[in-house]
Every structure is written in structure tokens, then in C-alpha cells.
Ligand binder design. Structure first.
Ligand SMILES: O=P(O)(O)OC[C@H]1O[C@](O)(COP(=O)(O)O)[C@@H](O)[C@@H]1O
Ligand SMILES: [Mg+2]
Ligand SMILES: [Mg+2]
Length: 314
């Protein structure tokens, strides 16, 4: 048999090897691999776990499913025992969890353990979203993230990550290992897919006009109601826009800055796309609270610029 190096065959590059080539701290390599490991238990829970409610609610007052609670516990335990995390914030926890006060070489992690969990009862794709910061401050602008990733639990399990040096997709193989499937994903300037969240009868006139503009240029509607698969489609096809705008009665839209928007904005910007709340880049918003929400337009840069023009009534 011809010689092949560990972690790399003619067909496969594993995640750890890919990360090691990125010239980042060993602790960060370890952390990203630990999160990828945790996702194996989350997918197992999604595939075979209890689909019922947990009987509790999260800090947004939303009813938690048993799967939300279990996925959160799986992620949290893995992060606590990773030895490289000082603070953890989760969409399903009321407060920041402090693992240690020692900040030396440590990271903080904000995550949504099971995004789109209301879709599990109809067997649609869901995901886990993660943003990583160096040190122990979680209330920083998203631009300060040193890494972001999501795991998509679809017909296949895939993982997309960036440490600021390209955006890369890995897919879980039959041994539950993540192997490289697409490297240096890039978005085109303009797209032909649109994914509009929120009740249309609560859209502003500007947002309505933007939808009409997209339809007039021949863009196709593609909205599953799961942020991870919807973003994954826009990002991997490289052409499209996802939006969850301000709505009448919900000026900050629905999606959460720390747990959902910042990691996705980091990934999309690193792939050459853009993400805005209608006025400024998502990654430039300084969060004031854990549960902060923001409107979002995210995807191809020219489509996002156009959305901002319409949102601001130009
Ligand atoms: O039901 P809507 O209003 O279309 O909202 C869909 C959005 O809400 C979410 O389900 C919110 O996430 P959670 O499931 O983590 O609460 C996103 O995945 C999705 O983009
Ligand atoms: Mg979510
Ligand atoms: Mg969630």
C-alpha cells in the first residue's frame, strides 16, 4: 500500500489536521475539535431522542424542548471539561457560566445548541451555532470572534468553520469523523435565492419593496425556517440573501446577536459576503446584554447593500 500521512489520504483531510495547518493556538484547535466531538452526541439525540417538551422555558420565555435542554447539556459539559474555556453563554441558559477565572490561554464560547428545534417534530434540518472569543469577555463585538462554526444536522451532518483564514466545510463520514469537503468557500457579489423570515404583513414598506425587487430580478424563494440550513444554502451556493428584518411590533427582529447572528456574520464575511442590521455591520454591534436581538440581512454583498438602501427608504 502506498505511504500516506496520518489524517490525510488521497480522499480525506480530517478536521484536526486542517486546523493544525492554520497557525492558530493549540488550545483553539483543541476547542474546535471538542465542539465537533460534542456534535456527535447532539445528532444522536436529534435522531433518536425524546421529541417532547421539557416543561421549562429559556431566557426569552420560549418553551424548551427536551432536545434543547439535552443538547445544551451535551455542549456545556464538553466545554467545561475541555480545559481551555473560561466562560460559556448559551441560548438556553439564563446567565453566563464561569468555568474558571483563569484567563491565560483561555477562550469564551457563545452557542445555540439546537437552532430550529421547533422543526424536529417535522423532521427538517436543524443545527448548532458557535462563536468563539479569546479571553473571558463574551459581550464583545462579533468582529472580535477568533473563530465561528456551525454544525448542520441534515440528511448528512456537515460542519462549516472559519478561524479568519477562509471558510471550510467538513462532512461527517460513516465513522463519524469530519472530513474536508469544500475549502475556501466564496460568495458571489449578487445572488438569485432569497430567504425571508418573519410575517410579511409585519414588514415595513421598505422591506416589502426589497422583496419585490428580488422577485423582479428572478430570485427564488428558499426558506426552511431553520437558520442553519437557510444560511448554509446561501453560503455554499454562494448566491443569495437571508433576512429576518425588524417587524411591526418587533423592532429588533427575532434572531439573537450573540448566539445566532455573530457566528453566521463572521462566516459569511469571511467568505466575501456581508451581514447588516440595516444600518451597520452585524459584527460592529457592541452587545449590551446576552439576550440582545437584531434585524439581519446576510448574504451576497451587493444584495445586502441593496437591502440597506430599501430598509432606509432610499
Ligand atoms: O418561525 P420563523 O419566524 O420563520 O423563525 C425562524 C427562525 O427562528 C429560529 O428557529 C430560531 O431559533 P431557535 O430554534 O434556536 O429558537 C431560526 O432557526 C429561524 O431562522
Ligand atoms: Mg436559535
Ligand atoms: Mg436554539
Amino acid at each position: 500500500m502506498p505511504y500516506s500521512e496520518p489524517g490525510k489520504t488521497k480522499f480525506q483531510t480530517d478536521l484536526r489536521r486542517h486546523l493544525r495547518a492554520k497557525n492558530i493556538e493549540d488550545n483553539l484547535v483543541h476547542l474546535i475539535c471538542e465542539i465537533a466531538e460534542a456534535s456527535k452526541y447532539v445528532i444522536n439525540a436529534v435522531r433518536t431522542g425524546d421529541l417532547g417538551v421539557a416543561g421549562t422555558s429559556n431566557l426569552y420565555g420560549e418553551e424548551q424542548l427536551a432536545l434543547d435542554v439535552l443538547s445544551d447539556r451535551i455542549m456545556r459539559k464538553r466545554l467545561i471539561h475541555s480545559g481551555v474555556v473560561c466562560k460559556i453563554a448559551s441560548e438556553e441558559m439564563d446567565e453566563i457560566y464561569e468555568v474558571t477565572t483563569d484567563s491565560d490561554g483561555m477562550y469564551s464560547v457563545a452557542y445555540d445548541p439546537l437552532d430550529g428545534s421547533s422543526l424536529v417534530d417535522v423532521n427538517l434540518a436543524v443545527g448548532t451555532i458557535v462563536g468563539i472569543y479569546a479571553g473571558c469577555d463574551l459581550l464583545q463585538e462579533g468582529r472580535k470572534q477568533v473563530a465561528a462554526m456551525y454544525i448542520l444536522y441534515g440528511p448528512r451532518v456537515s460542519m462549516v468553520y472559519s478561524v479568519g483564514d477562509g471558510v471550510h466545510e467538513f462532512t461527517m463520514n460513516h465513522l463519524m469523523e469530519f472530513t474536508l469537503t469544500r475549502e475556501n468557500i466564496r460568495m458571489q457579489p449578487e445572488g438569485n435565492i432569497y430567504s425571508p423570515g418573519g410575517l410579511r404583513n409585519k414588514y415595513s414598506e421598505g422591506n416589502e419593496k426589497f422583496i419585490r425587487y428580488l422577485e423582479a430580478k428572478g430570485a427564488k424563494l428558499r426558506y426552511s425556517g431553520g437558520f442553519v440550513p437557510d444560511i448554509n444554502q446561501v453560503l455554499l451556493k454562494g448566491k443569495g440573501i437571508f433576512m429576518y428584518p425588524a417587524l411591526n411590533g418587533s423592532p429588533n427582529g427575532k434572531l439573537r446577536l450573540l448566539f445566532e447572528l455573530n457566528p453566521m456574520a463572521y462566516l459569511v464575511e469571511n467568505a466575501g459576503g456581508a451581514a447588516s442590521d440595516g444600518k451597520r455591520a452585524i459584527l460592529d454591534i457592541k452587545p449590551e446584554s446576552l439576550d440582545q436581538r437584531a434585524p439581519i440581512y446576510i448574504g451576497c454583498s451587493e444584495d445586502v447593500s441593496k437591502a440597506m438602501e430599501y430598509a432606509n427608504g432610499n
